[in-house]
Every structure is written in C-alpha cells, then in structure tokens.
Design a protein around this ligand. Structure first.
Ligand code: NAD
Length: 309
C-alpha cells in the first residue's frame, strides 16, 4: 500500500507519523512545494520508522513521484492564525486545491485512487477537489467532523464517567462553526444518552448540552491559541480513516463527501459507511426538529461558501 501526502507542514507531518505507526502501509511519499521541508521531514520520519514498522518514507520533488499511490492525502494550504475562522482561508486554499488536484490526477490511477482532504475550509475543499478530480463522490473524502465527534466523545466521557469507547455520539454538518451535535441519536452502551443519565443519576440539562456543543466547536480555537496550530487530533483522525479504507472495515465515520446535484449539491459530514471503495453508504440519523433545521442551515452555509469561489 503506497500513500502520498501532499503538504508536509504541521498537519502533514503529524499525519505521516500517525500513518507510519498504523503498520498498514509499506511506502509513504511526501510532496510539498517547499522541497527542503519535505526532504527534512522524510529524513526525520525515516529515522523514526527504524524504531517501529518498516515503512519506506521518501520526499519527492515532483508529482511523478506519487505514481502508484493508492490513497493521496492532501494536507497543504494555509492554516488558521489565532482569531481566524476556517472560512477566512477560503480563497487562499481554493487556489492551493486547484493547483494540487489536477497534478495529482495526472499521476494516479483514476480507477483506483482515493483522495482524502484535510485542508480547510474542509467541506468546500472536498467539493472543489471532487469537481476537479472528476472521481466518484465517495472516493473524495474529507475527514469532516471525525475530529469534532472525537472531541464530543472525549468531553462526554469525562462528564458521564465512562470510556469514550462506550459512547456513540456524532457531530454532523460543517467541519466549522455551524457544526451540529446530534444529541437525539447519542447512545452510551446500548442505552440512549437520556436513559443512561436517568439510571446513573447524572444531570444533563439543555444548558449543559449547549456548553458541551460550544466547547466542541471552540476546541480548535483554544488549541490554536495555546499551541499555534492543531495537529495530533487530525493526524490520528486521518490515520483512522486510512485504516478503515485499507482494511475495508465498513465502520461508520462522520466524513464529508459530495452528495446531491445542481443547487442541492453539497459536501458535509453525516454518518457514513466507509470501506475499501471509500464512502459506501450514507445514513440519515433521526434528528429533532431543531437539529434538522440546524443541519439544513449548516449545509446552506457550506454551499454559499462554495458558490463564492
Ligand atoms: P502549515 O502552514 O504548517 O503547512 C502547510 C504546508 O502546505 C506548507 O508546508 C506549505 O509549503 C504547503 N503548501 C502550500 N501550498 C502548497 C501547494 N500548492 N502545493 C504543495 N504544498 C503546498 O499548515 P498546517 O498547520 O499543516 O495546516 C494545513 C491545513 O490543514 C490547513 O488548511 C489547516 O486549516 C488544515 N487543518 C485541518 C484540520 C481538519 O480537521 N481537517 C485540522 C487541522 C488543520
């Protein structure tokens, strides 16, 4: 399994580390428009790989080097500076995706390749990459709200006193400020969240839910304020998505992919079945009226931003 990572900044390097540590990949090639940076990362990661799984990691100086890649991960582009929203990156990163995708497509097997997008604003970049690549929508996949859902499960786990592994709770819609927590479908073990709280005598009023949703939406801003950027979470999310595809795991992940046609076409995160073919199916969660309205609004925001580029 050969993986190409385009954009070897903070996120691309973290993704390479996490992917290397899965043990499911025999070769990783790194491309960055800053060739010195890519070569330095390949050296450092190659030395790290000698302590673990045997993975060949090389920097390539042009797109011919990505030939033979089964999956291409795009982590290139401007990141948020403190105070910036993901949408503020729209014009800059649309230019980056428009530069990268045609070059990728000229060097991969279009019948086989899957493209994973990490660049923000994520959902709009997925739409643009899908359009430029002309691949089937389910083969251009954004990590979407995988990371937001992980943040939700982490906060909930602490509040409820259970492992994150026992919580099924999803964030849907935009990977951004209009994301929507699906409280209605949340379960803990086999119980609904409400029933779990009743049995365990845990208070979970609407104000607490609102605070948790706010913390989930704000997590990236807090991390950027404290650390300058976010990388560990997205690195792990990308490697998890990659593992799911490589092993044809058919897990349900909240990834972003294009659906709909014409004016209704949009990419956003919904619970989707992911396997070797990419996104295999999309599930429609049962939402409350307020959650449905918020999800529609989120889709409209993504579409409006896409129409601006
Ligand atoms: P960074 O500035 O550290 O690295 C970006 C890299 O992209 C640089 O090395 C740069 O040289 C390279 N690059 C830019 N344009 C390029 C091009 N046309 N071709 C090849 N390489 C190019 O930024 P970062 O912190 O690594 O963030 C990268 C992207 O990931 C940002 O858009 C950021 O918002 C996004 N991100 C997404 C998530 C998520 O959950 N999806 C999480 C964190 C960051």
């Amino acid at each position: 399994m050969k993986i190409a990572i385009i954009g070897i900044g903070t996120v691309g390097s973290a993704v390479a580390t996490a992917v290397k540590n899965t043990g499911f990949v025999h070769e990783i090639v790194l491309f960055d428009r800053d060739g010195v940076r890519a070569r330095a990362a390949a050296d450092d990661l190659g030395h790290a790989a000698s302590f673990g799984f045997d993975v060949k990691i090389t920097a390539v100086s042009n797109y011919r080097g990505i030939r033979g890649s089964d999956i291409v991960i795009v982590a290139a582009g401007a990141n948020q500076k403190p105070g910036e929203t993901r949408t503020d990156l729209l014009a800059k990163n649309a230019a980056v995706i428009s530069d990268i995708i045609p070059r990728v497509m000229a060097n991969v097997d279009a019948k086989n390749v899957k493209i994973i997008i990490l660049t923000n604003p994520l959902d709009v970049m997925v739409m643009l990459a899908q359009k430029l690549s002309r691949l089937a929508p389910g083969r251009v996949i954004g990590t979407g709200t995988m990371l937001d859902s992980a943040r939700l499960r982490t906060i909930l786990a602490r509040h409820l006193g259970v492992s994150t592994q026992s919580i099924n709770a999803y964030v849907l819609g935009e990977h951004g400020d209009s994301s929507v927590v699906d409280w209605t479908s949340a379960t803990v073990g086999a119980l609904s969240l409400d029933e779990f709280c009743r049995q365990m005598k845990i208070s979970m009023p609407q104000t607490t839910r609102n605070t948790i949703a706010h913390r989930v939406r704000n997590a990236a801003y807090e991390i950027i304020r404290g650390r300058g950027a976010t990388w560990d979470g997205i690195g792990a999310a990308a490697a998890d998505l990659l593992r799911c595809i490589i092993n044809d795991e058919h897990r349900i992940l909240t990834v972003s992919t294009v659906s709909g046609t014409g004016a209704d076409m949009v990419a956003m995160s919904l619970p989707r079945l992911v396997g070797a073919g990419g996104v295999v199916a999309t599930l429609r969660p049962k939402l409350s009226a307020a959650e449905s309205a918020a999800l529609r609004r989120s889709g409209k925001i993504i579409r409006k931003n896409y129409d601006m580029i």
